[in-house]
Design a protein around this ligand. Structure first.
Ligand code: HEC
Length: 71
């Protein structure tokens, strides 16, 4: 149904799963340390073009989510 496709992501995890799979498979960040995560997301936006599909606000939510899962 249409509304399901346009429904905005409701949780940080969902945001991560949707935004970070536009260009590649779901990235596995388990091999990165918590302090590296912000830089990775920044690189995606600044160098790999992810700023087209991920706003700054969304990036901040994703970073927080991923940092929470990281070691
Ligand atoms: C606009 C496209 C795009 C989006 C959106 C995107 N990426 Fe990427 N990502 C890339 C490209 C291009 C590469 C480089 C692919 C390669 O190294 O073969 C990459 C590689 C990666 C890698 C591998 C880096 C490494 O050192 O092995 C990780 C981790 C990653 N992305 C995480 C993310 C995360 C997290 C998000 C969401 C915040 C995201 N990506 C969103 C384009 C994107």
């Amino acid at each position: 149904m249409i509304w399901q496709r346009v429904r905005p992501p409701r949780t940080p995890e969902e945001l991560f799963r949707r935004r970070c799979t536009r260009c590649h498979g779901l990235p596995d960040l388990s091999r990165f340390a918590r302090r590296q995560i912000e830089g990775i997301v920044r690189t995606m936006r600044e160098r790999n073009g992810a700023d087209e599909v991920i706003t700054e606000e969304e990036a901040a939510v994703i970073v927080k989510y991923l940092e929470g899962k990281a070691k």
